[in-house]
Each structure stands twice: as C-alpha cells, then as structure tokens.
Design a protein around this ligand. Structure first.
Ligand code: GTP
Ligand code: SPV
Ligand code: MN
Length: 612
C-alpha cells in the first residue's frame, strides 16, 4: 500500500524505518471502525485474539500475553537526557548516542515477516492548544486496536497535523519471523526489552514488549515522560492524576485532580457513585490516569485529560466497586490476561462473589476454584473507550480544560496517616506530595514504604528534585493555587482491620475537601496541617462513631517523627538539587515532632474555618 501522508518529515521517517526494520508491508492507519473490525478479525483468525461471545459481550476480545510480558518494566525504562544528572537518581539513564546505537542494531530487520503499522494519534482534545500529536510506528496489531480505543487516531489526526511537528514513537515487539516461520499469539522479545524516552529530541523508542504502558506509547511515554519534560520548559504540568468534578445538590461542580500510585484506586475514585445518604452528589469523570495542567489567565490551574480511553485494572472491579466502568465494559472492549468462561465471556477475581466452577485461566490452562492460583493475572486489564462510561463529564471536551480547585495525593498506608488532611500552604503541600509512599503490595503492608513522589516515580521525565522545584515555582506564580490534600483509605487498627468502612465512602472525604476549598467546612490545626473533626464530615446515611473516627484520624507523635525522619533518606538521594524550601519544611516538621514535646503540637483544639 502506498504511503500518502502529506507530511514530508513523516513520509521520510516512514521510508527510513521501512528500510531499517524490513517489514513485509507498510500500512497507514485511517482510524475507522471498519479498520478496527478488519484488524481484530485478522487477529482472531491468526490466534492472537479470542472473540468473546457476541451475545454476552458484543465486539469484545480477549488477549493473552506472554507470561513474561504482563506489566510495565521499570528496570527496562530509560530516560535519555544529555547528562545523567538531568535524569536524576530515580530514573535509569543511558547516554543518548550509545542508546541510539544499541536500539538501531535491535531494530535492524526486527519487523521481518510482519506488517509495519503507522498510527497518527492525538493526545488531548483535537484542536486544543493543549493537544500533542504523535505518530507511532509499530509491528503490533494489538497496539493498533488498543490505540483506537485510547486516543484519536488516523486520518483526522493526519489532517490536523498537516506539515506540523509530531512526536516520533517507534515500537517493535522484537520478534521477526523467518520465511515460513509460524507466529505465536503474543510475540515479544525474551532477551531484550527497552522503553526509552530521548529527551534531547523528544522521540520515544520501545522494543521487545507488547504490554500496556510499554507499548501504547501515547500513554505513559508521551503523555507523562515526554510531556513532563516539555511541561517543565514551557511552564505547565503533566501528571499521573485522575480528574473529577463533584457536583453538589445545588448543581455547582468543583473539580479536583488526584495522584495515587499505580493500582491504588484512581479509576474507581474517578467514577464513584455516592454512598447511601449522599445521593444529591454526583461524581463526574474527566480522566482516570493522566492530567495535563496549565496556568490560566485567571491565575487558576486548568486541566485536560489527554486520553480517550481507560486501560484499567480488572481484578477487584465489579458492579458494587465500580458500576460505571462495568457499564462501559458491556461491549467494544479488549480484555488482556483475564480468565475465559465456558460460555465465552471473561472473568476475574472479584468480579463475582463465587468464582465459576470451570474456567480457562489467563495462560489458557484449565482452572477450577481449587486450582490454588488466580484465574486472571493480578494486572489483567481492560481497554475501553471513555465515551462508553456513563459518568463522563461533557466538559472533558472543553479545549481549555476544567479549573482545578484542589490536588489530592494518596498512597496505600496501613499506619501513621489519617483519612485526610490539608496542607497549610502550597510549599507544605509539595512536601507531602514529594514524600508520598505506598506499602508495595498487600503482602508487604505494614512493612516497607515505597516512596512514590507525586505518584510519578516511574513517569517523571527528568530529575525528580527539579520537578519538585518546578512545582514550587509554579505555585509562586499562581494568584489562585489549588489547595493540597493527602488522603489515606488504608489505615488499619490493632487487629489489622481497615478503619475506614470502605472506598464506597470516599465521597465523604472528597466532599470535605471541596467544602474546605469553598470555605464551608471546619478543621482543626494539627502538626501536619489541618484535619477534620468528627463534626466536619458529612455522615448522612452512615453511622460512624466518634471512637472509630478518632482511631482513623489519630496522630501519634512518635510514629510521625519516624515517618518524617524517613523522608531524610529520600531527600538525601538528590544532594544539592533538593529544593531548599523542602529541606526547610522537613526541618520545621522534625522540630515540632521531636518526641517528648509533642502533645500540644500534634493537635491543638483551635478550630478554624477557611475563608475564600
Ligand atoms: P493504574 O491504572 O495502575 O494507574 O491504577 P489505578 O490507580 O487507576 O488503580 P485502579 O483504580 O484500577 O485500582 C486497582 C485495584 O484496587 C483494583 O482491583 C480496584 O478494585 C482496587 N481498588 C480501587 N480503589 C480502591 C480503594 O479505594 N481501596 C481498595 N482497598 N481497593 C481499591
Ligand atoms: C500504571 O501502571 O500506572 C498504568 C498502567 O496506568 S500502564 O499503562 O501499563 O502503565
Ligand atoms: Mn497509571
């Protein structure tokens, strides 16, 4: 098929890559529904997709990955800035020229026996100044059909691009086929995997993996690593954040953006239903994973969601935990690494209370509830267009984005941190976001905290200390900066039971946050900031006693002092680059929490209601 992209640079790049990667064919994606149907049908015939029962799950598919290619690969992810210092201690760095040479060698002939697909895509509302156009070259049809659900792709994007600039995103599964060699259902490269952001020229190259954030290069690579680097230079923010609006009974909507580390509940939070008693409130979804945020002429921050689809964690999702996404998952979905029922539908742990008696697991093996292993991979995911979720806010199409009134940061922490608190000011808020952590897995809960600053550890495209400074600087410039909050739904009592009644109640914390911003809710001064008293939260429809709440909110001076002391280790990694303002907050908190002189400092009874 002849290439008829009118963009000269694009044409030249396609020709160059065709000569270098040696595919059997080159195909320029138009992004049409017919194209999706055609490619998915070809994949079904080739055995790399299973078509689900159209009566149960119309136009939906199951992909089973190679068991060694099931998640993002942080140790194979590289940020190639000119110097190692620019990438910082939390990123893998490689010298750009050396990395280019290594990748050039790997891509030589890498697409033999396959089709090279060219996917023009747009992240952000089409036509918005906030949008970025990329072109992904890939030999993975799974990437093509996934990108169709995750972004605007094809001819409309090429038309918008015209002669303009685009981000070069090169991807191969790294599994060339010799003449006559049979393909496997999920090709990837067992020996070499690379996910590389070249920050010197803004290009992205990924080799060897077909999975999610490794392969859908518009997502983590372009919209976070590349965009965060650009954003620092251009004065905006690219963040691993959900964006939601809370509409109150009077019809007023307040938008917040929230950063929780991977698999810590962004998707659910972004589309939660109100709990019993709070039916007058509505959560409206703008996005569940990525936010691009810019200062507006009004001195506020405005956010867009650059994505058009959800690539969400399947296990644990059901009609109770997330009815909105379940509604979206009824048709037009690509499921990856879920289990298959005998009727030709999907299943995963937590979808139903009782597992089916018989399944095919994510690796294609027979499974029964006695198998002693999960039927779906714990990182099994669904890919679905956002247009399918009933909770979507039409404002997500607004070219300038939505105004952000608050930032929320939260990890999975079984101790020390209360349900919610508000930072005293922007600088302290940046401190609490920079020191965000999560207890790695359920198994590791209560043990080590993995620091995940701003939930951006795997995604920040430059030195994390410079990123903190960028946040501090931006806050200084804003006439109306958002308020900053920390949340934690995961605190446990002495019997290891969750103290918060469940994430179905999280809207109560969100309502307090919104009411704080509006000057409608009270708070008490505490060592770490401002905390709600029992009477400050709305308990309509929930009987939650003062004692339980006191346990949820308790601030233990020694625990906090240990936590603050632990932040020193994180900060020490950055040496001289650590912003002095964060060092200063650390010093102040350490002093106020020195064991022995804490009682009055951890919580004073002075009550205050914010104005503004
Ligand atoms: P990424 O897509 O990896 O960035 O993650 P995410 O933050 O969007 O995670 P997601 O909402 O998909 O949640 C991951 C898992 O945690 C799912 O199994 C959810 O059912 C479960 N989950 C979501 N929210 C909560 C919560 O508030 N508490 C608990 N205990 N589990 C939750
Ligand atoms: C995450 O890991 O934060 C994700 C999934 O959102 S992936 O797109 O695979 O990175
Ligand atoms: Mn994510």
């Amino acid at each position: 098929m002849p290439i008829i992209a009118q963009n000269k640079d694009l044409n030249a790049w396609i020709e160059e890559m065709q000569a270098h990667c040696r595919p059997d064919a080159v195909y320029l994606c138009d992004g049409s529904d017919a194209e999706f149907q055609r490619i998915s049908s070809q994949m079904v015939e080739a055995g790399s997709l299973i078509r689900l029962n159209p009566d149960l799950r119309p136009n939906s598919f199951l992909a089973r990955s190679d068991p060694a290619d099931v998640a993002r690969l942080e140790h194979r992810t590289f940020v190639c800035t000119t110097t190692k210092d620019e990438a910082g201690p939390t990123n893998n760095w490689a010298e750009p020229a050396a990395m280019r040479a290594e990748l050039d060698a790997l891509f030589r002939g890498a697409m033999a026996g396959r089709t090279m697909y060219v996917i023009p895509f747009c992240m952000g509302p089409m036509g918005s100044d906030h949008a970025l156009i990329g072109v992904q070259i890939t030999d993975s049809p799974y990437v093509v059909i996934s990108m169709k659900l995750m972004a605007q792709i094809g001819t409309p994007v090429l038309d918008l691009l015209g002669e303009g600039e685009f981000t070069r995103c090169l991807h191969s599964v790294g599994a060339p086929l010799a003449p006559g060699q049979a393909d496997v259902p999920w090709p990837c490269n067992a020996d070499h995997k690379y996910i590389v952001s070249f920050q010197d020229d803004g290009s992205i190259t990924s080799f060897g993996s077909g999975y999610g954030g490794n392969a859908l290069l518009g997502k983590k690579c372009l919209s976070l690593r590349t965009a965060s680097y650009r954003a620092r230079n251009e004065g905006w923010l690219a963040e691993h954040m959900l964006i939601v609006g809370l509409e109150d009974p009077a019809g007023e909507t307040t938008y917040v953006a929230g950063a929780f580390p991977s698999a810590c509940g962004k998707t659910n939070f972004a589309m939660m239903l109100p709990p019993e008693g709070m039916e007058g409130y509505t959560v409206k979804t703008i996005g569940d994973d990525i936010a691009w945020i810019r200062p507006g002429a009004d001195g506020r921050l405005w956010a867009v969601n650059p994505e058009d689809g959800f690539f969400g964690v399947a296990p644990g999702t059901n009609g109770k935990t997330n009815p909105n996404i379940m509604q979206a998952l009824t048709r037009n979905v690509i499921f990856t690494n879920c289990a298959l029922t005998p009727e030709g539908d999907i299943w995963w742990e937590g979808l139903t209370d009782q597992p089916p008696a018989q399944l095919t697991d994510w690796q294609g093996r027979d499974w029964t509830p006695e198998a002693g292993r999960p039927a779906a991979h714990p990182n099994a995911r669904f890919t679905v267009s956002q247009a399918s979720a009933p909770s979507m806010d039409p404002a997500r199409a607004d070219l300038q984005g939505v105004p952000i009134s608050a930032f929320i940061f939260g990890g999975r922490l079984s101790h020390t941190y209360p349900l919610v608190f508000q930072s005293r000011d922007w600088t302290e808020g940046v401190y609490w976001a920079a020191t965000l952590g999560s207890e790695a897995t359920a198994a590791a809960e209560g043990q080590t905290t993995r620091r995940d600053p701003f939930a951006m550890l795997p995604f920040c495209g430059y030195n994390m200390a410079d990123y903190w400074q960028h946040w501090l600087d931006l806050g200084q410039e804003l006439a109306n900066p958002p308020a900053i909050f920390r949340v934690n739904w995961f605190r446990r009592d002495a019997d290891r039971k969750f103290i918060w009644p469940g994430f179905g109640q999280n809207l109560r914390a969100l309502k307090w946050i919104v009411d704080r911003v509006k000057g409608r809710a009270g708070a008490e001064e505490a060592a770490i900031g401002e905390v709600p008293g029992h009477g400050d939260l709305d308990w309509t429809g929930l009987d939650y006693g003062r004692d339980r709440f006191a346990a949820l909110m308790a601030l233990d001076a020694e625990e906090l002092a240990r936590e603050i002391a632990d932040h020193r280790d994180l900060f020490a990694e950055f040496g001289d680059r650590l912003p002095p303002a964060l060092d200063e907050v650390h010093r102040r908190l350490s002093e106020s929490l020195t064991p022995g002189q804490t009682g009055d400092h951890t919580r004073s009874t002075a009550r205050q209601v914010a104005v503004g």
